[in-house]
Design a protein around this ligand. Structure first.
Ligand code: ADE
Length: 320
């Protein structure tokens, strides 16, 4: 029942050899239609592998979740959230696509778009930091992807470089919606309105990217994703996230106090952008539409789709 809505159905004509009568037979695409390959990553309750369709040879990323584990750990809710979020976001620019879902006795399967260039954290680690041009290119796509999920009434709540994947053309694809918050009712239609919010009881994202309001007031809304975006922009240039300490507790202390320092030679324009996002009070932070109008993005047009069609710049580290 769980897998039915998202599963692919193929209708085939079957002719009875005795009567010559042709009837339609519905065949559901199943896990046997894919060949499993290398492991791409392990989450806390899932494993992602490369899967190749036996008929077309098309590659997917299959996320496998153990039913027994999900039930034991009471994570079933999160899997449904992830599935619903991805279905709501299907065809959104900058979001990983969910193609099919299946299940067998042991597992649930998400057949996702395969992003062959891995995640953004690995890219940043490999180069140490990113040039202003690269930072501008990737951050424009990340903020546009965040805009799309907010427009559909979804708060991601765990935006971080590991959850930013890169497709074959080095275009951004956000993933991992297991901790997302889906707002019901009509999604907001203005980049400047943030009256929909959510109380998050036990959930905390990743220490380095968590917003101060979550730690101080146990409360977040759309603006927690913008905070995380500010942290990522800082990290692209500086090579490390703005709030980082030897342990999670000390990291939380820094976040709560908004205690961070720009690295030497940090470009003035990017500094200005980050400073206007990493503010303790969510209502003082730039909104997405204000971010898009910031001088750092003066050469980007967020309206005509060009940020998604322009070729990716050659990756280079930031040099002071
Ligand atoms: N790692 C996790 N999800 C992935 C995906 N969809 N493509 C490539 N690598 C991944």
């Amino acid at each position: 029942e769980w897998a039915d809505k998202g599963a692919a159905k193929i209708v085939r004509d079957v002719t009875n050899p005795d009567t010559g009568q042709t009837t339609k037979e519905v065949i559901k695409k199943g896990i046997r239609d894919f060949k499993f390959g290398d492991t791409l990553g392990d989450g806390s309750y899932s494993t992602v592998m490369v899967a190749t369709a036996r008929d077309s040879g098309k590659k997917y990323a299959v996320k496998v979740l153990s039913k027994e584990y999900l039930i034991r750990q009471k994570k079933v809710k999160y899997v449904n959230i992830e599935k619903n979020a991805l279905q709501r976001l299907n065809n959104s620019k900058g979001i990983i696509r969910l193609y099919f879902t299946f299940q067998d006795e042991a597992s649930l399967y998400f057949l996702l778009e395969y992003a062959p260039n891995g995640d953004f954290l690995s890219v940043m680690k490999k180069y140490g930091s990113l040039s202003e041009e690269c930072t501008c290119y990737y951050s424009a796509q990340i903020i546009d992807a965040i805009k799309h999920l907010h427009l559909r009434g979804i708060i991601h709540r765990d935006i971080k470089p590991e959850n930013v994947l890169l497709d074959k053309e080095m275009k951004v694809k956000l993933t991992d919606f297991g901790t997302a918050k889906l707002l019901d009712g009509q999604p907001y239609d203005s980049g400047d309105k943030y009256d929909l919010h959510t109380r998050s009881k036990s959930f905390v994202g990743t220490a380095e990217y968590v917003s101060p309001e979550l730690l101080n007031d146990n409360w977040v809304d759309y603006r927690c994703d913008i905070w995380a975006f500010g942290c990522i922009v800082f990290q692209m240039i500086a090579g490390k996230p703005p709030f980082k300490a030897t342990n999670e507790y000390l990291t939380f202390q820094k976040v709560m106090k908004v205690q961070y320092a720009f690295t030497a030679g940090f470009p003035v324009i990017v500094r200005d952008l980050v400073k206007r996002i990493l503010l303790r009070q969510p209502d003082q932070r730039l909104t997405i539409s204000q971010i898009e109008k910031h001088y750092f993005f003066r050469d980007k047009n967020f309206k005509d789709g060009s940020i998604w069609s322009e070729p990716a710049p050659e990756i280079q580290p930031y040099r002071v």
